[in-house]
Write a new protein. Structure first.
Ligand SMILES: C[S@@+](CC[C@H](N)C(=O)[O-])C[C@H]1O[C@@H](n2cnc3c(N)ncnc32)[C@H](O)[C@@H]1O
Length: 287
């Protein structure tokens, strides 16, 4: 059990079929996820051009979305003509992606959309049969990676997951991975309720608690309050608070010092934005 969980139990006890703890297993977050993220079109409009231009600029065609959840980013890319494979550990979240594929099955892109259960710790083996010579790009967006805690205090599982992402990227391909600006969250003790990913008018608040283990921030619990038809919905998700510097070192260690690495703040160059809500890392694997 992750170190921090022993002290402060925050997560659904659910275990996904993939064997990892599934924070979405009680279905509470999955049920209101699409309400929480707001209008899907306006959400993706915020960053669609950035991602699509970046991927097209690098000649990417085949993309692996490793935290597809209900499928919002995958669907955006399918609509833009990319070939997409989507995986996630939570069947409760995947259910919504599978439903969308069924609803739009007459469109060839959706008919060909591959959706599988997979766990980042075993990802390379999970997708080996469909890997071919690697994906042009691997995406892990929406603050998903931070769900992986540091069970042993040395980030070994997080490194294993990123190593698996790296192995799924073909030489010269990209990894796009993001996390909230935890440096700022640690400084202020607060999480902005609105951001480029989450713009729903229904989100009332995100209450933030930080758990320190041996003087080190080990877990951030976010209690999301969402009003739907005058009814309050609540769900709690917990995250590992990645520091920008440490996360950057981890990526560089795994991809190698010759790999390309650019960081964006809310999809803008870092110099153009102060205290972004999200950091997006773009890794370019050596050819
Ligand atoms: C915050 S949701 C984001 C989904 C989507 N990318 C979005 O932005 O709406 C995070 C997703 O990561 C998935 N996830 C967390 N840990 C995982 C793991 N170890 N392996 C695979 N998926 C995982 C969860 O099941 C969840 O669907």
């Amino acid at each position: 059990m992750p170190e921090a969980d022993i002290v402060f139990h925050t997560r659904s006890a659910g275990i996904s079929a993939e064997g990892v703890r599934d924070q979405y297993a009680d279905g509470k977050a999955a049920k209101v996820w699409e309400i929480f993220i707001g209008d899907k079109k306006s959400r993706t409009d915020n960053y669609k051009n950035f991602i699509v231009e970046l991927l097209r600029g690098k000649g990417c065609k085949r993309v692996l979305d490793v935290a597809c959840g209900t499928g919002v980013d995958s669907i955006m890319l399918l609509e833009e003509g990319f070939e997409v494979v989507s995986v996630d550990a939570s069947d409760k979240m995947l259910k919504y992606a599978l439903q969308e594929r069924w609803n739009r099955r007459k469109e060839p892109a959706f008919d060909n959309w591959i959706i599988e259960e997979a766990n980042w710790l075993t990802l390379y083996d999970d997708v080996r049969d469909i890997l071919q010579d690697g994906f042009d790009a691997v995406l892990c967006l929406g603050n998903s990676f931070a769900h992986m805690m540091d069970s042993f205090g040395d980030q070994r599982e997080q490194k294993q997951a990123i190593r698996n992402f790296e192995k799924c990227v073909k030489p010269g391909g990209l990894l796009l991975i993001d996390h909230r600006n935890y440096d700022h969250i640690m400084e202020t003790g607060a999480t902005p309720a609105k951001s480029l990913y989450y713009n729903s008018s229904h989100t009332a608040d995100i209450k933030t608690s930080v758990l320190y283990v041996c003087g080190k921030p080990a877990m951030v619990a976010m209690d999301y309050l969402i009003n739907v038809n005058n009814e309050q919905n609540e769900f709690r998700l917990s995250y590992y608070p990645h520091e920008l510097k440490v996360f950057t070192t981890m990526l560089k260690e795994i991809f190698g010092s010759k790999s390309g690495h650019t960081i964006y703040g809310d999809f803008k160059p870092l110099d153009d934005i102060k205290d972004p809500a999200f950091y997006i890392h773009v890794m370019e694997k050596v050819k």
